[in-house]
Design a binder for this molecule. Structure first.
Ligand code: ADP
Length: 433
């Protein structure tokens, strides 16, 4: 039997005994009166405790548990223990929730929790940036009313595993997001947004590159295959005609070869995970070498001179030779006959500068920032005619980047251009020390 009942029985027995004792001494009526008086006092005490309990229950957080005696004391102690247990559990849950929301906030991806009807329950800061949501404003709203994108409502409704949707937020120009919807718990959904702008950009560059290479190869291949077809169907009897046709084919084959060579050089340099070789070599030798190459290419049509002070450069001679010779070859190809080309090595505040100055056709200013892009040409026809692949300056840029050097371009249309490779001081030493 519960202790409260035993205690009540004992108390009632004590009251009855008191009434009997008083009744035996002072008569039955007095005994009954005393017993009723004691019962009344007990009732008053219980009512007072009940009132305190009621008062306390209305605001248990704001006041301590009331003092009490007897069975009420036990009730209050039990209540107090229960309250402490409940407070501890709540603190633990709040702590867990805090850790969880901190983790969700730290996520580099946008997270939006949805209820069974696709209303927003919670979203992290990244999702606010990605999707233009506002936690305090949008909680409770239908996500499909906030993100306007064709097919989004169906995408959220089905929340198919592995399905994703690309989203270009109108207010964040140029950004591309990938959205995924995942089901969890009971009818809950998690909408995740990833920023895939860089991946998309790389994909566009790759697509453009493949399209450019195919286009560059198609023209010479079409010419060669056209001539071959002609040779097979109707071989020329005149040896001069045959020689002419073969020389065009040879020229086109040479163009493809140059393109493939430049592509291989570029991909080798771009993918070279290792640092360039750090050999110390004589800059003058290298510049004399590339100027001799330039003279051969020019075939006496230009005056090519060098102005070099003795110096040593630290880096990969092979890679730098390729970069320097590209600059010289451009100067020759874009300078009309009779023009001047000057190759110079100089120092400025300790930095080493290799420059190629020409009196050529020059470059309009708006093209200059884009010249080092792969296949970018100011005049496509002129570049092709002179044997250009459109990759020369990309190779130069990458080689210089690998040597912590920069490319400076100055040009005046109709007057000439100067391309300068600027090397950090630590790569340069003068023979004097
Ligand atoms: P290409 O093989 O077409 O020469 P590059 O990458 O070497 O390709 O150069 C890109 C473009 O920059 C060229 O097509 C040309 O329009 C321009 N360019 C480069 N060097 C010169 C120069 N010295 N003078 C005038 N234009 C130049």
């Amino acid at each position: 039997m519960p202790s409260v009942w035993i205690s009540l029985l004992i108390r009632l027995a004590a009251v009855a005994l008191a009434g009997l004792v008083v009744g035996a001494i002072f008569g039955a009526a007095t005994g009954a009166l005393v017993a009723c008086g004691i019962l009344l006092l007990m009732l008053l005490a219980h009512t007072a405790h009940l009132a305190r309990l009621q008062r306390w229950l209305k605001a248990p957080e704001q006041s301590d548990i009331p003092d009490a005696w007897g069975a009420w004391g036990n009730v209050f102690v039990d209540l107090y223990r229960m309250l402490r247990r409940e407070r501890k559990a709540r603190a633990r849950i709040e702590g867990d929730l805090e850790v969880f929301s901190q983790a969700a906030e730290a996520s580099p991806d946008g997270l939006v929790f949805l209820d069974a009807d696709d209303h927003i329950v919670w979203c992290n800061r990244v999702s606010e940036q990605h999707l233009g949501l506002r936690g305090e404003r949008d909680v409770g709203l239908l996500v499909t009313n906030l993100i306007r994108l064709p097919g989004f409502a169906e995408f959220i409704a089905s929340a198919m595993e592995g399905a994703s949707l690309l989203y270009r937020p109108p207010e964040r120009k140029g950004r591309v997001l990938s959205l995924e919807a995942i089901r969890f718990g009971k009818d809950r959904k998690l909408l995740i947004s990833f920023d895939v702008t860089q991946i998309e950009r790389a994909e566009t560059v790759r697509r453009d590159f493949v399209a450019n290479v195919s286009h560059e190869l198609r023209t010479p291949l079409t010419v060669i295959s056209g001539f071959i077809e002609h040779l097979v169907d109707d071989p020329p009897h005149n040896p001069r005609e045959l020689k002419h046709q073969l020389s065009i084919m040879d020229e086109q084959a040479g163009r493809m070869l140059r393109l493939v060579e430049d592509l291989l050089t570029l991909s080798r340099i771009e993918e070279e995970a290792q640092l360039p070789r750090e050999e110390e070599f004589d800059v003058r030798d290298l510049i004399y070498d590339v100027s001799a190459e330039g003279r051969r290419l020019s075939g006496g049509r230009h005056s090519i001179t060098c102005e070099v002070i003795p110096a040593f450069l630290k880096g990969s001679r092979e890679e730098l030779r390729s970069a320097f010779s590209n600059l010289v070859s451009n100067a020759v190809r874009y300078t009309p006959e009779g023009g001047r080309i000057l190759l110079r090595w100089a120092t400025r505040e300790g930095k080493g500068i290799f420059s190629v100055e020409d009196s050529g056709i020059g470059i309009p200013e708006e093209h200059i920032p884009r010249l080092t892009e792969r296949f970018y040409r100011v005049d496509r026809g002129r570049s092709r005619e002179s044997g250009g692949t459109g990759l020369g300056l990309s190779i130069v840029k990458h080689v210089l980047l690998r040597h912590q050097a920069s490319l400076e371009i100055g040009s005046i249309p109709g007057v000439g251009s100067t391309f300068s490779a600027v090397f950090p001081a630590w790569r340069v030493t003068s023979p004097q020390g």
